[in-house]
Design a protein around this ligand. Structure first.
Ligand code: HEC
Length: 168
């Protein structure tokens, strides 16, 4: 019996069977995977193609809103909101000798002058405090509510002015 020149890695009948089976199975599995891939490909959602959805997606990041900033158009904001956003920067830590929120001793003499006086000072600015606490578009009512909130957090018992519109 002549020995063949090249040597194969298939040496036994069992190995031959395995190789033959794999030769069938591997392409079949590959085809099945391809078929599922094609069938499951995500198709475009028709709702996402509506003009509204498209404009929403390609809308520029920045938007300009006229008349909505703080003024009357935004509706009344609570004193607490205004204080947190506009006044706390100075009145929380006592920057530039601002009377600190909760510092009853610092507020007591000021509260004695009443909301009218405090409001008048806050409108035109006082010492290191810029007019309207540095937020020019705060309305007098907003300012008054902010003052009431701050003063009442600091031992005061001021009455919140009635808001012009319905307020929670
Ligand atoms: C840039 C810092 C700063 C900001 C912001 C600021 N304040 Fe003041 N505020 C001060 C300082 C400083 C004083 C003390 C002024 C003084 O007595 O010389 C003061 C005093 C006051 C007083 C007392 C006025 C008086 O008659 O004694 C009120 C009321 C007041 N602030 C309200 C507000 C409100 C409301 C806001 C937010 C809308 C605000 N402040 C934002 C610095 C600030």
């Amino acid at each position: 019996m002549t020995q063949e020149d090249h040597s194969s890695f298939i040496k036994t009948p069992q190995q031959l069977i395995v190789v033959v089976l794999l030769a069938f199975l591997v392409p079949i599995i590959g085809i099945l995977l391809l078929v599922t891939l094609v069938l499951n490909r995500p198709s475009a959602d028709p709702a996402a193609l509506s003009p509204e959805a498209i404009t929403a997606r390609i809308r520029p990041v920045g938007r300009v809103e006229f008349g909505a900033a703080g003024g009357a158009a935004a509706g009344p904001r609570s004193g607490e909101e205004i204080v947190k956003s506009a006044c706390a920067a100075c009145h929380q830590a006592g920057v530039a000798n601002a009377p600190r929120i909760g510092d009853n001793a610092a507020w007591a003499p000021r509260i004695k002058t009443g909301l009218k006086g405090l409001l008048a000072d806050a409108i035109k600015g006082l010492g290191a405090m810029p007019p309207r606490g540095g937020v020019p578009d705060l309305s007098d009512d907003d300012l008054a509510r902010a003052i009431v909130y701050m003063a009442n957090q600091s031992g005061g018992n001021l009455k919140e002015p009635a808001a012009p519109a319905a307020k929670k």
